[in-house]
Design a protein around this ligand. Structure first.
Ligand SMILES: NC(=O)c1ccc[n+]([C@@H]2O[C@H](COP(=O)([O-])OP(=O)(O)OC[C@H]3O[C@@H](n4cnc5c(N)ncnc54)[C@H](O)[C@@H]3O)[C@@H](O)[C@H]2O)c1
Length: 333
């Protein structure tokens, strides 16, 4: 039986708790322990699962009846907690970005080689229905190859963070590493490593808050924009526009219909995906669907239960995406 210790019950930890509640009966697992620096938060999430509450990640890893941990801590805490869990022989899920710099990335990869741990990184966009649909249409080659594309992710400044850790570039990597990495990772997933990267960024209070990048993959040009310098009333928006040889696929999370295909042959096709958007705003953040979070954790549990290695959003993927985002951040300086 997979016995999970959920570490961190802030924005994303709560989201994962909601997913585990809805996965009950659909996958073999138990949440047996929950840790948070705020004991009341840990206790209230633990009660949902009949789990034991702990104050710190270290206490949970040392004392709890678990074989798997789900690390939903501020990014600067990921590496040490992941190393601790791998050294105990546990399976590990780590939220994105998996770490902050090259040195941490090297330590994580070395620990995985040494312990042979199963590690997955929370690159939920690889599991987000509209992005899964795009990947399907790339893989089945129905519109030919990609000619060009643009991806964007725009948000008001996240203000919910514990001790305002997101404001500190040394703790979060700020907008380019924390937010924009979702698109950096997805574009890496569909196109691989770029031949060329150009970037420019907007800096506020000493850190980048909005980045604009152009990647070249052979003759394919891709633009990526990510920023969290929008006013509070601005609705979080993610989207893409992918120009294939014979069609354009256009997704805007705030539009209705959100996903439309425009074929060169003249058709306009609205795509309706049968996803569950029933938990809108449940965790108080800027994402209105459990879709990608649900699908990624289900995939993680299925791999563990089947004894299969993680194949999507591996530790190596997480590390490569951090390195590519850092390359953009350097290019923008
Ligand atoms: N996949 C996504 O879409 C997504 C969305 C938001 C955040 N994230 C990532 O998830 C991670 C967490 O972000 P968040 O927004 O949930 O942060 P948050 O500030 O909302 O929550 C962090 C929680 O960790 C707790 N905590 C801090 N130190 C602890 C310790 N030593 N032991 C136990 N608990 C401790 C805090 O009390 C807080 O509840 C970050 O890496 C972030 O980039 C991913």
């Amino acid at each position: 039986m997979i016995k999970i210790g959920l570490i961190g019950t802030g924005f994303i930890g709560n989201m994962h708790a909601l997913v585990y509640e809805s996965l009950k009966g659909k996958a073999e697992f138990e949440v047996t322990a929950v840790a948070d620096d705020n004991p009341e938060k840990a206790q209230s999430v633990a009660e949902k699962f009949g789990a034991t509450a702990y104050r710190t990640a270290a206490e949970l890893i040392e004392q709890a009846d678990v074989n798997t941990v789900d690390i939903c801590l501020p990014t600067y805490l990921h590496k040490d907690v992941a190393l601790h869990a791998m050294n105990k022989g546990y399976h590990v899920f780590i939220e994105k970005p998996v770490c902050l710099n090259d040195a941490e990335a090297d330590e994580l990869l070395a620990a995985q080689r040494r312990t042979n741990a199963n590690v997955m990184v929370g690159h939920c966009i690889r599991f987000w229905p509209e992005y899964v649909e795009l990947k399907k249409r790339i893989d089945d080659n129905r519109y030919g190859r990609i000619v060009s594309a643009s991806f964007r992710r725009l948000s008001p400044k996240p203000r919910w963070g514990w001790q305002q850790w997101m404001d500190d570039p040394a703790k979060s990597g700020t907008a380019s590493l924390d937010l924009h990495i979702h698109d950096v990772d997805f574009v890496r997933y569909i196109l691989g490593e770029p031949d060329r990267v150009k970037s420019e960024a907007v800096y506020r209070n000493g850190s980048d808050s909005h980045i604009f990048s152009v990647h070249k993959y052979g003759d394919v040009v891709v633009s990526l924009e990510g920023g969290w310098d929008f006013p509070d009333p601005f609705p979080f928006e993610m989207g893409y526009r992918v120009r294939f040889e014979r069609a354009v696929v256009d997704f805007n999370s705030n539009a209705s219909p959100a996903l439309v295909v425009y074929e060169d042959a003249g058709e306009r096709i609205e795509i309706k995906l049968g996803e569950d958007r029933g938990v809108s705003g449940a965790s108080g953040g800027n994402i209105s669907s459990l879709g990608g979070y649900y699908n990624e954790l289900l995939y993680f549990l299925e791999c563990l239960n089947a004894g299969k290695p993680i194949g999507i959003a591996t530790l190596e993927d997480g590390v490569k995406s951090v390195r590519l985002a850092l390359r953009e951040i350097e290019a923008a300086k």
